[in-house]
Design a protein around this ligand. Structure first.
Ligand SMILES: Cc1ncc(COP(=O)(O)O)c(C=O)c1O
Length: 430
C-alpha cells in the first residue's frame, strides 16, 4: 500500500479534512444512475499529468471509455460532460458546451465567434433578452446588428455584405411561433461561402429552445450552431437554470476556450438533474404536451372571444407545409411542440383582465414567465418576456397571450381558459 493510501500516523484534525485518500467506494462504472460529482479541483498524481490536461484542453475527445484528465471544474467536469455528450448526440453535433443559463450560452456563441468590426443579421423578433443583448451590448463591442424578417429569406439576402459574419434566429419564433426555413437559410450561407475564405465563413445560429432536439434537429439541416435554454423544455421541471450550445468540430475548440476564460459554466449539480430527470423524460413529456396543445388550440380557435390562434399543429397554420417538413420527432412523426400563441378579440375580452382572472381563479394554469414546464404557464410577452422591445415598435402583437402547455388534463386547462374568457368578457361589457 502506498503511503497516501493509509491514514496511519496522521492526526484526526488532518484526517477530518482528507478522509480516506483512496477508496474502492468510488466505483462509478457500476452505477445505474450516473453519480453527481462535485469537485472544484482534481488530484494530479504528477506535474506531467497536470501539463497533459492543459495541453489536451479544448480538443474534442470523444468518450473512449476512460476518464480524460480533469483539472478544474470550470474547465471540465464529469457530470457536465455526460450531459454534453448526450445533447451533442441528440442534436447530431460533434460537441456541446453547457452554460449557467440560456443567455450565457447565447452570448458565448456570439462573442466567441465574432470580433469587433463584424456585422450580424438577427431576425426582427427574438426572445426579449436576446434582443436586448443585440441592441444594448453587441454594439458596445464593435459588433453591428441589422435586423430582417427571416420568414422572407430574400429580405435577409439583401442585407448580407462582406462584413456580415453571422445570421441569428429562432424557429419557432418566441412568442409568435412563426417558422424560419432552416434549409433555405443554409443555402443562403452556402452561396456566399463559395466566394469567402474559410475563416470568414458566413455562419448561422438557431435558438432551438421552443422545439428541443426532440421536435427539430437544425444541425442536420445545415445550421452551424444550435443554442438552447436548458431552463425550459430540456430541464423540464422548472428547477434548474442552464444553457447549451451544440456545434461541429471546427467551431468547438474556440467556443470551449471562450467558456474557460469567460467562465459561465453550468453547475454540475444542475447538469446532474437535467441529465437524470430532464433529458430522459423529454420525449414522453413533449408527446403528451403536444396531444394536449392540439386540443387546447382547437378549443381556442372555436371560442368567440379569440381572434387568432397560432399553433403549428393546427391544420390551417399558415406555414403548415414548412412545419410538417421541418419539425419531426425521433421517430419521424410530425412534432409541432407545446407552445401556443393567441390574441383575444379586442371588443370582446381584454387580455390583461383575462390574464389576471387566470392568475386569481385558475388551478391548472399559472401566470408565470418561462416555458416547457410540467405546469401550464401563461404570460403576455409584449409587457413581460419581450418588454425589451417596448418603444422599438418591432413587436406588433403586444396584446398576444403565450401559453406553454404542461402535463395537466387537457379538459381542465380548457375549463380554466373558458371560465376566465367568459369572466373577462362579462367584465369587459360592464
Ligand atoms: C427562446 C429563448 N431563448 C433563450 C432564453 C434565455 O434562457 P435563460 O432564461 O435560461 O437564460 C429564453 C428564456 O425565456 C427563451 O425563451
Amino acid at each position: 500500500m502506498k503511503k497516501r493510501d493509509t491514514i496511519e500516523g496522521y492526526r484526526r484534525t488532518t484526517w477530518i479534512v482528507h478522509g480516506p485518500a483512496r477508496t474502492a467506494k468510488w466505483d462509478y462504472a457500476h452505477h445505474v444512475v450516473p453519480p453527481m460529482t462535485s469537485s472544484t479541483t482534481y488530484r494530479l498524481e504528477s506535474a506531467r499529468r497536470g501539463a497533459q490536461g492543459f495541453q489536451e484542453y479544448g480538443a474534442l475527445i470523444r468518450d473512449r471509455g476512460k476518464a480524460p484528465v480533469y483539472i478544474y471544474d470550470r474547465l471540465d467536469d464529469p457530470t457536465r460532460e455526460l450531459l454534453e455528450g448526450e445533447l451533442a448526440k441528440l442534436e447530431g453535433g460533434d460537441g456541446c458546451l453547457t452554460f449557467a443559463s440560456g443567455m450565457a450560452a447565447i452570448s458565448a456563441a456570439l462573442a466567441g465567434l465574432l470580433q469587433s468590426g463584424d456585422e450580424i443579421i438577427g431576425h426582427d423578433l427574438l426572445y426579449g433578452c436576446t434582443h436586448s443583448l443585440m441592441t444594448r451590448w453587441l454594439p458596445r463591442l464593435g459588433i453591428s446588428v441589422r435586423r430582417a424578417d427571416f420568414t422572407r429569406p430574400d429580405s435577409v439576402a439583401r442585407l448580407i455584405n462582406p462584413r456580415t459574419r453571422l445570421l441569428y434566429y429562432e424557429s419557432p419564433v418566441n412568442p409568435t411561433l412563426d417558422l424560419v426555413d432552416i434549409a433555405t437559410i443554409r443555402r443562403l450561407c452556402d452561396a456566399h461561402n463559395r466566394l469567402r475564405p474559410k475563416e470568414r465563413r458566413l455562419l448561422s445560429i438557431i435558438d432551438n429552445t421552443f422545439a428541443t432536439p426532440f421536435c427539430q434537429r437544425p444541425l442536420e439541416l445545415g445550421v452551424d450552431v444550435v443554442v438552447h435554454s436548458l431552463t425550459k423544455n430540456i430541464g423540464g421541471f422548472g428547477t434548474e437554470v442552464g444553457g447549451a450550445l451544440i456545434c461541429g468540430r471546427e467551431l468547438y475548440p474556440a467556443l470551449k476556450w471562450f467558456r474557460k476564460d469567460f467562465g459561465g459554466i453550468l453547475a454540475s449539480k444542475s447538469a446532474w438533474s437535467i441529465l437524470v430527470y430532464g433529458l430522459p423524460t423529454l420525449p414522453v413529456r413533449v408527446k403528451r404536451q403536444q396531444y394536449t396543445a392540439l386540443k387546447v388550440a382547437r378549443f381556442l380557435r372555436s371560442s368567440p372571444r379569440v381572434e387568432t390562434v397560432r399553433y403549428p399543429g393546427l391544420p390551417d397554420f399558415p406555414q403548415r407545409a414548412l412545419a410538417t417538413r421541418q419539425m419531426r420527432d425521433f421517430d419521424g412523426s410530425f412534432a409541432p411542440g407545446n407552445m401556443i400563441y393567441f390574441r383575444l378579440k379586442k371588443d370582446n375580452a381584454d387580455p390583461v383582465r383575462f390574464i389576471n382572472d387566470l392568475a386569481k381563479n385558475a388551478y391548472s394554469i399559472t401566470l408565470a414567465v418561462s416555458l416547457g414546464h410540467v405546469k401550464t404557464l401563461v404570460e403576455i410577452p409584449g409587457s413581460m418576456t419581450h418588454s425589451a422591445y417596448e418603444g422599438a415598435g418591432a413587436i406588433k402583437d403586444v396584446d398576444g397571450v403565450r401559453l406553454s402547455i404542461g402535463l395537466e388534463s387537457p379538459a381542465d386547462i380548457i375549463r380554466d381558459l373558458e371560465s376566465s374568457l367568459e369572466r373577462a368578457a362579462r367584465r369587459g361589457r360592464r
